[in-house]
Design a protein around this ligand. Sequence first.
Ligand code: SF4
Ligand code: SF4
Length: 352
Amino acid sequence: LGEWTSRLGARLGIRKREFPEKMDKTLRWLKYGVLILIIAATWRAGTLVWRSYDPWVAWMHLSAGWEEFLESPWSYFSLFVLVIGMSLFIERFWCRYLCPLGALLAPLQKIGLVKVRRSEDDCINCHRCGTVCPVRLDPEKKDVENSAECIACGRCVEACPKEKALFFGTSKKKLAVLTVGIATLAIFLGGYGIARGTGYWQTYSGSTRSSEESFSEAHLYGWMTLENVSETLGVSVEVLLSAGSLPDDFPRDVPLKDIDGVDDEELLRRLTSVLEAETKEYPENIPSNPDEIKARLTISQIAEAFGLESGDILREAGWPIDSGLNTSIKTLSEELGKSPDDIREAVKKLSE
Ligand code: SF4
Ligand code: SF4
């Protein structure tokens, strides 16, 4: 994106500017600050706070139209516009000064085996490499080999007129740019393929609503599948199907926004409001007699109503201790091949 913006700036005839060298060096440290801030905020909040400001997410959200921009101009898009705007005037503004991913990868660039290297003996000091670098390094003067700032784009290597003066390679072997590109792609796709093939590929954080949070406070998005929503809300898919009056064959592993005829936002609103209403209504319906416990109540609700520990009820009933506490005992019993009577009996025993 920075590259395109930069080219657009050139087409529009905007002259690129540079900060003075000292200031440029100092500003490059900003991205490490951004990274530390993100890690600290994520640690504290237990969720990726940065997501609401990430220019890349903003870029992805452009497809949602300008309404979203107008709804939250100070969120995603303010930074996005800043990044795009600044890149028109300063090459790779984001990458050089603010990108937290760049800050994270910088140490790897330093210890990497394959990197841009210069041979002092072969260099004819023509200065070409320094004029093409998008992050304003000068391989002729600067020790690029040990620079954390080099993004290994290969532009300087392409521009160098002397075959052996500037090259990609290890300390012992020179590698063709194409070889490095293909190897990088192969490693990336290989890793991705293995992760997918072995079931370890996960793009969903799997955070679950805490017992203090209401259903509507949980982080739900249209890209989630019904299974993701179930995990996030801490209720079973069956409960969601019933709360949303959805058919049994409703797709469980397809993003809600991709299901034909489904308005994902409306569906998520409906699910959370129905679940919230049911939760609010339960205290009045809790019987004092364990024999009358309704099968639609959850273990947490029963535990709270009878002043017991959820774990004790599950243990006494002989149900797995990791059973979903916010799932109705009807659904749980069906999943486990047990009977809701186990819970009624357990509560009766524990209440004696
Ligand atoms: S590889 Fe790219 S970023 Fe690194 S020094 Fe060369 S031109 Fe600059
Ligand atoms: S482009 Fe090649 S030959 Fe020219 S200064 Fe850079 S490394 Fe040396």
